[in-house]
Design a protein around this ligand. Structure first.
Ligand code: PMP
Length: 333
């Protein structure tokens, strides 16, 4: 049985063909160390985002950008703020640097920015905000987000995690790079793992003004991004058709999944990402039964959400399969 993997918010299309070819072409060069400055990719990102190349930090996935931000900014015992159902790695990263951290209670499952602002104290060094957030899929409009950035003291770094930013609708999109130009304490983190389809190659990036980007780069392991990963990311960045296809597939699939769950009388949270959080009763039981039916989704026990599961939007037939499996389970729920 081929498993249907809907647990990790990967792109159901897999790698773009363009990136596959670029990675294969780069492979013979992998007998040597990669370009530690990521020159070609940074050049392309710099032109795309209209920022100097030294405002960019390449990471082994955007996960590493989160780690570098904590290493660069937080001393043991200092304070980190994030949201209750914020991406689980924020708490882990804070733990790695021996920070004191506050998971600020969520509002309607999303970030309560007022409460997060209120949680910032004298010794707060870093605030994580995910937009959209994983696993809730919740989205913060540009207006409140900008007001939050304006309200945060300049000595506190804000890491705005846009791992799922490419899935935002045109009406939801906002120009966070313009905010980077305005706020010297802002890092925007992005990834090639999701809409660009390169999760296994491990590549993401951060954008911040020169001083802060330099501090992150100073923490960066020298050869943290491989040659094939750099080449694939460059190809994917230039593959507008693949990105558009990923976006369309996700938008349609997410709507179909949401409608199907609604028909099954299962509550889900409106999502701006490539996944849906759904309330299923006993999460572990439903998770195990879906596994037995050949479908892997994500448990959310580690978020303190034992009655919810997170389902990544898949190919149309995969979405139908998960809905059919949930329908079959209905008597068990
Ligand atoms: N941020 C968020 C909100 C995520 O959900 C993820 C992946 N699950 C990441 C960052 C990190 O992904 P990656 O390291 O693959 O870029």
């Amino acid at each position: 049985m081929t498993m249907i993997l809907l647990a990790s918010n990967e792109n159901p299309l897999g790698m773009p063909e363009s990136a596959r070819r670029a990675a294969a072409a780069a492979l013979p060069g992998a007998g040597r160390y990669p370009d530690s400055n990521g020159t070609a990719l940074k050049h392309a990102l710099s032109a795309r985002l209209d920022v100097p190349a030294d405002w960019l930090v390449l990471g082994s996935g955007s996960s590493e950008i989160l780690e570098l931000a904590a290493q660069a900014r937080v001393m043991p015992g200092e304070h980190v703020v994030y949201s209750q159902y914020g991406f689980v790695v924020y708490g882990q990263v804070a733990g790695q640097v021996h920070a004191r951290s506050t998971a600020v209670p969520a509002r309607d499952f999303g970030h309560d920015l007022d409460a997060m602002r209120a949680a910032i104290g004298e010794d707060t060094r870093l605030v994580f905000v995910a937009n959209p957030n994983n696993p809730t899929g919740t989205f913060i409009e540009a207006g409140p987000l900008l007001a939050f950035l304006e309200s945060v003291p300049p000595q506190v770094t804000v890491l705005l995690d846009e791992a799922y930013g490419e899935y935002l609708s045109p009406a939801q999109r906002y120009d966070s790079i313009a905010w980077v130009r305005r706020f010297p304490n802002l890092v925007v983190a992005r990834t090639f793992s999701k809409a660009y389809g390169l999760a296994g190659l491990r590549i993401g990036y951060g954008v911040a003004q020169h001083g802060l980007a330099g501090r992150l780069n100073a923490q960066r392991p020298r050869f943290n991004v491989s040659t094939p990963a750099q080449a694939a990311a460059l190809a994917a960045l230039n593959d507008g058709a693949f990105l558009a296809r990923s976006y369309q597939l996700n938008t349609a699939g997410r709507a179909r999944l949401a409608a199907g769950l609604h028909e099954l009388r299962l509550a889900s949270i409106p999502s701006a990402g490539n996944f849906l959080m759904v309330q299923v009763g006993e999460g572990r039981t439903v998770h195990a039964r879906l596994l037995a039916a050949g479908i892997e989704v994500a448990l959310l026990d580690n978020y303190g959400l034992p009655h919810w599961l997170r389902i990544t939007v898949g190919l149309p037939e995969q979405n139908e399969a998960v809905l059919a499996a949930l329908r079959d389970l209905a008597p068990a729920r």
